[in-house]
Write a protein that binds this ligand. Structure first.
Ligand code: TXA
Ligand code: MG
Length: 327
């Protein structure tokens, strides 16, 4: 069953926030920018809207969603914070950090959105456009990244239209997103665990906690570590990571000022950051992958990218995009 719908695109602003709130209240699907990537929002308390959201994304329904709220106070109505969670929320919210927490007793978020788990992923986004929509709506909004399941996350409204045009009701265009990779996810159900590296570097989190984050359970542990599907961020063209040359028919995804042999003959070439800046590289990552991933490109040679800071999230997304299909 695929529901066809007319997709409206509005520039971010007061009118768009009001229209988004009305649409969400009526059970509609609204794509909007956050500081990380564009999200596809639905009323967190409306199971039918959430079912439509899964359908629009083509997402396996065991994959739970992040609930977005305006403030830590709003998050405390839905989830239980221990001391570590309080410290992280105080240090990093609003911002690109998602906390997985035990669900509060009277949590208003539909069980479908949390895939029946007794934990919930919470996030307070730092984007003024997202904040305006949350304030106008007046309740939690569940929002996965606004791409078809298995595609790279959208960092511009045009990416959303490409993936989800005809499947969502409204796209709020707030321009390109600043961070460019998804939020870092830390579970605070027990000792803090890094579930997904992302827009907030691990080092910053560990500095606030005063101890290292634990590693997530193994990939094959099933839906306890959801969202960790190996090929989650697939491109059609094969990626060749840590490439020190560009081979016949390949495009080049470069990093830094010094290009490898063969760069001049690349089918196409884009640089994540010519100066070797990891923040700039994260912001460009998904848009550059989309641009290079086109018919006629046999593969994409990706230059080595350092693992420190935001490099951890960038390398994680690249490894997933390069993983064998069907994994
Ligand atoms: O930056 C972001 O986080 C973006 C923007 C739109 O906020 N959202 C995003 O959502 O990346 P999504 O659905 O693409 O990824 C959310 C991840 C998934 O891997 C999901 O499995 C995990 O969060 N997750 C959600 N609830 C969870 C829970 N209770 N326990 C463990 N993981 C959870
Ligand atoms: Mg996603």
């Amino acid at each position: 069953m695929t529901t066809k719908t007319a997709t409206r695109v509005m520039q971010a602003g007061t009118d768009a926030a009001a229209a988004a709130a009305r649409c969400l209240a009526a059970g509609g699907l609204v794509a909007f920018p956050t500081e990380t990537v564009y999200g596809l929002g639905a009323d967190a308390s409306n199971s039918r809207a959430i079912a439509r959201l899964y359908e629009a994304k083509g997402r396996p329904s065991f994959n739970p969603l992040i609930a977005h709220v305006t403030s830590p106070a709003a998050a405390r109505r839905l989830a239980l914070f221990d001391a570590a969670a309080e410290r992280l929320a105080a240090a990093f919210w609003p911002g690109p950090l998602t906390l997985v927490l035990p669900k509060a007793k009277n949590c208003a978020v539909a069980a479908l959105a949390t895939a029946g788990l007794d934990s919930i992923a919470m996030r307070v986004p730092d984007s003024p456009v997202a904040q305006a929509i949350l304030a106008a709506f007046g309740g939690p909004i569940v929002a996965p990244s606004a791409n078809r399941s298995g595609h790279v996350s959208p960092t511009a409204a045009a990416h959303v239209l490409n993936d989800l045009g005809g499947r969502v009701d409204l796209i709020v265009d707030g321009g390109p997103t600043l961070v460019g990779v998804e939020s870092t996810i830390v579970s605070c159900v027990g000792d803090p665990v890094l579930l997904r590296p992302g827009g907030l570097p691990r080092e910053a989190i560990e500095a606030v906690l005063g101890r290292p984050l634990m590693e997530p359970p193994a990939r094959d542990a099933g839906p306890v570590a959801p969202g960790m599907l190996a090929s989650h961020y697939a491109t059609a063209a094969r990626l060749r990571l840590d490439a020190n040359d560009v081979r016949d028919g390949e495009a080049l995804l470069a990093f830094g000022p010094k290009l490898p042999p063969g760069a001049g003959e690349a089918a196409a070439a884009l640089n994540l950051s010519a100066t070797g800046d990891l923040t700039e590289a994260a912001a460009n990552l998904f848009a550059h992958l989309r641009t290079l991933d086109r018919p006629g490109v046999a593969g994409i040679a990706v230059m080595p990218i350092p693992h420190a800071g935001l490099g951890e999230a960038i390398n994680d997304r690249l490894a997933r995009a390069a993983a064998p299909r069907g994994a």
